[in-house]
Design a protein around this ligand. Structure first.
Ligand SMILES: CC(C)(COP(=O)(O)OP(=O)(O)OC[C@H]1O[C@@H](n2cnc3c(N)ncnc32)[C@H](O)[C@@H]1OP(=O)(O)O)[C@@H](O)C(=O)NCCC(=O)NCCS
Length: 198
């Protein structure tokens, strides 16, 4: 049985495989996929971008990437007034922004999401991290809270996106996961085997 390993990746090189994972995990239409591919390829060229992938038998089954927040970036400019309204605007500075985090549904619930985000943020020397997540009680929100992320703004609306988002922030470093694989949330995932933290 193959182990799942977590490794740094070249985001541009793995953009298509990453979007296949995101489409399976998050749900993307073919049109959204094409737009996202261009965005990821552009993000891959930005200064300070870091990306990690979870691989099983050479296949990407999860990924996360992010970069130091830049107030000039689109995402930062959208969330800025919402954070300012709550007195949280200072979180936009010296913060590592987690842009995407997705695990293929067949590999969820075995600790990969936690390992990916802690590895990703652990690679940054910045003192804090910010991200946005759909403003619902999802596994993602539970994961982020368990790592110390708290809500900085809620009901944030991004242009052309119908669902409201929450913006969350945590101080770094994040608590590191237990190196022994956690008990699978989904018992039928025992086939996936353990992952090897870097
Ligand atoms: C969010 C996501 C990346 C988590 O990845 P994962 O590998 O399944 O998560 P892990 O196994 O590492 O679990 C980490 C924590 O997530 C939360 N979590 C995971 N699955 C959950 C579930 N089904 N219900 C509630 N909480 C859950 C728990 O807090 C869990 O910690 P615990 O196991 O100590 O209780 C994954 O569910 C996913 O890809 N979701 C769809 C895409 C998405 O929403 N991405 C985030 C965009 S902001």
């Amino acid at each position: 049985m193959d182990e799942v390993t977590i490794e740094p990746i070249d985001l541009a090189m793995h953009a298509a495989a990453a979007l296949d994972v995101q489409a399976a995990a998050f749900g993307l239409t073919p049109d959204e996929l094409a737009v996202r591919l261009q965005i990821v390829e552009r993000h891959a060229q930005l200064p300070g971008v870091r990306a990690f992938g979870a691989f099983r038998a050479g296949r990407l089954v999860g990924f996360g990437y992010g970069m130091p927040n830049d107030r000039a970036h689109w995402w930062s400019s959208v969330i800025e007034p919402y954070l300012a309204a709550n007195g949280n605007e200072g979180w936009l500075d010296d913060a590592f922004s987690v842009t995407e985090l997705h695990v293929h549904p067949r590999f969820q619930g075995i600790g990969l999401g936690r390992a990916l985000i802690t590895t990703l943020c652990g690679a940054s020397a910045l003192p804090r991290s910010i991200l946005s997540a759909v403003d619902r009680e999802t596994p993602a929100r539970a994961l982020y809270r368990s790592l110390g992320y708290r809500d900085l703004a809620r009901r944030v609306l991004f242009p052309n996106t119908p669902l409201p988002y929450a913006v969350m922030g945590a101080t770094l470093p994040l608590p590191t996961p237990n190196p022994t694989p956690s008990r699978s949330r989904r018992q039928d995932q025992s086939r996936s085997g353990p992952f090897s933290p870097p």
